[in-house]
Design a protein around this ligand. Structure first.
Ligand code: NAD
Ligand code: ZN
Ligand code: ZN
Length: 348
């Protein structure tokens, strides 16, 4: 089969590799019909994730068809259409039982293993461990172009942004960063009845997208960002301030936007320490949350996509064949120049 293989920083190749096969009785093999690229894949290619070593097949998001099942698998059969989420879970360990499969002890202490600790989904076929507890059946009325975004970006914006931030009816919400993850928070914040959703980014195209996805206001990043957001909230600041970029200054901005009693929900993956003005924050009764996505909201999100309440397909701006995957990386890696949000890589 063919797969996109990592060969060290800056080096990836679409090449022939041994076919994915069942190794353990709890495995299935999935023919990948649709996959996508995550910002994390770009981090890996920059050499930021040392656990990813030479020879690893990249990717942690897929929609596909089961082609082989291990002897112990009871919930899925050959021919089933499935969503392969970014998080793999045993369902039984301490963290899985607590609803935190992001820290599944059985699969390696971290639930994100595809394209990280084991071979991933940017391939013609992928081996899926713990299939019964990890895979989701895709409802017939949800398309591949919708389901693919439920593997990672939509649950991330929803769980680590909206749910962790405890958005309530009437709340004012700011989302710093209108990439796929920030826009996922924008899309799902409306479900909780936020009165105002303010998107903040430096990219005009993405701010337009944010308004299309349900933001009430768009603020272009600049020296006046905090003042602009305060002006939109009667000088009070927002109830929930979501950070979806991953830089020190964007978390500092998110922290500066929150009102007393509010929540700062950090989604961004940070690579360096971040200094926060605790001398100003301690007296504001604010909460700061952070974490790795669990993807446990996928059943809820699938229902909302199926009913039309979440137009997930709007995340995809470009479509490529598998043999064009390197081009897909170029477009996604230069998203601003190409007006790209998420790319869809598909066999269709
Ligand atoms: N916590 C988790 O489980 C989890 C899961 C997936 C992704 N992430 C992280 O979420 C973050 C967002 O992911 P993404 O895929 O949407 O990334 P992205 O790169 O597509 O989007 C980031 C957005 O931030 C904007 N931006 C850059 N600098 C800015 C600034 N100074 N002020 C405002 N906006 C600015 C960019 O224009 C872009 O639109 C990343 O850090 C990613 O690693 C976290
Ligand atoms: Zn990801
Ligand atoms: Zn587990």
């Amino acid at each position: 089969m063919k797969a996109l293989v990592y060969h060290g920083p800056g080096d990836k190749r679409w090449e022939d590799v041994p076919d994915a096969a069942v190794q353990d009785p709890t495995d299935v093999v999935v023919k990948v019909d649709t996959t996508t690229i995550c910002g994390t894949d770009l981090h890996i290619l920059q050499g930021d994730v040392p656990a990813v070593t030479d020879g690893r097949i990249l990717g942690h998001e897929a929609v596909g068809t089961v082609t082989d099942v291990g002897a112990a698998v009871t919930g899925f059969a050959v021919g089933d259409r499935v969503l392969v989420p970014a998080i793999t879970k045993c369902g039984r360990c301490e963290y899985c039982q607590r609803g935190m499969p992001s820290h599944c002890q059985t699969v390696g202490g971290i639930g994100w293993i595809f394209g990280h600790l084991i071979d991933g989904t940017q391939a013609e076929y992928v081996r899926v461990p713990y299939a019964d507890t990890s895979l989701y059946a895709v409802p017939r009325d949800v398309t591949d172009d919708q389901a693919i975004f439920l593997a990672d970006s939509l649950p991330t914006g929803y769980e680590v942004g909206v749910l962790a931030g405890r958005v309530k009816p009437g709340d004012t919400v700011a989302v710093v960063g209108a990439g796929a993850v920030g826009l996922s928070a924008v899309l799902t914040t409306g479900l909780w009845g936020a009165s105002k959703v303010i998107a903040i980014d430096s990219n005009k195209f993405r701010l337009e997208k944010a308004l299309e996805f349900g933001a009430t206001d768009a603020v272009e990043v600049g020296p006046g960002t905090v003042a602009d957001v305060l002006a939109l909230t009667d000088g009070l600041g927002v109830d929930v301030s979501i950070e979806a970029v991953g830089y020190p200054q964007t978390l500092q901005t998110a922290a500066a936007l929150v009102r007393p009693g509010g929540t700062i929900a950090n989604i961004g993956v940070h690579g360096v320490p971040v200094e926060l003005p605790m001398q100003e924050m301690w007296i504001k009764n604010v909460t700061l949350t952070m974490g790795l996505v669990d993807t446990t909201s996928i059943p809820t999100l699938l229902t909302m996509v199926a009913s039309g309440r979440i137009p997930a397909e709007k995340m995809g701006t470009h479509t490529f064949g598998f043999d064009e995957i390197e081009r897909a990386y170029e477009v996604f890696g230069n998203a601003a120049a190409h007006e790209a949000l998420k790319v869809v890589i598909t066999t269709r």
